[in-house]
Write a protein that binds this ligand. Structure first.
Ligand code: ZN
Length: 217
């Protein structure tokens, strides 16, 4: 069972783009995106309950899983074990939208997160597909997201993969100060969630969410 991480000195939120956790250390942040499969969202919540795993979710509010499983997830958010952040309302390529449409995608999801989880998701936003440009970055900063949250390492499970491949990807990418991306989109990851936790333990790492390492108001 993982406990709350101790001895972390939070760093000020940087401006620009983050790909990994700041500084040197033995922390790892697993981030879970999208939520197109309700059973995977529920499984991540149960994993957090039974292992103490800390998770960052990048939720799309249009996916029913975030509403259906709010009773599971909200206590984790309220207790500080999970952080729910903004992945836009319905996962469009933001670089193809007008400024007005971008603002709608961001603020509509904030309204959903506020109503469902009591948080706006700020200051962390991950643009769908990781697609971004200077114009978008500037607008996101204006909307309350000075830092664009990318990743360094992926389970590569936005599409369907066999569980053993997902586990291999986890073994490859989970490492010190890594910011790793997974998806709550397809059930195979459920079969290897406990093994992924074991990978974190075997590597001597402490799982954190983004709010554990960045000073956010
Ligand atoms: Zn996504």
């Amino acid at each position: 069972m993982f406990g709350s991480p101790t001895g972390i000195t939070k760093v000020p939120l940087p401006k620009g783009t983050i790909y990994k956790l700041p500084g040197e250390g033995n922390l790892v942040a697993i981030t879970v995106d999208d939520g197109t499969d309700e059973s995977v969202v529920a499984a991540y919540a149960h994993l957090a309950e039974r292992t103490g795993m800390r998770l960052t979710f990048f939720a799309n509010g249009n996916m029913p899983s975030w509403t259906k499983h709010a009773p599971l997830l909200r206590p984790l958010v309220d207790q500080g074990q999970a952080l729910i952040c903004n992945h836009t309302w319905s996962h469009p390529d933001l670089t193809k939208l007008s400024a007005e449409q971008v603002a709608d995608q961001v603020t509509r999801n904030e309204t959903f997160l506020k109503n469902t989880y009591g948080t706006l998701g700020r200051p962390f936003l991950r643009p769908p597909f990781g697609y971004r440009n200077a114009r978008l970055n500037a607008q996101l900063a204006d909307l309350g997201y000075p830092v664009v949250t990318m990743w360094e390492g992926s389970f590569s499970d936005s599409g369907v993969l066999p569980p053993e491949v997902i586990l291999d990807n986890a073994k490859q990418w989970i490492g010190p100060q890594r910011l790793v991306i997974g998806h709550a989109n397809h059930p195979p990851v459920i079969e290897v969630m406990d093994q992924i936790v074991q990978v974190i333990k075997d590597k001597g790492l402490t799982p954190v969410h983004l709010g554990d390492v960045y000073a956010v108001s």
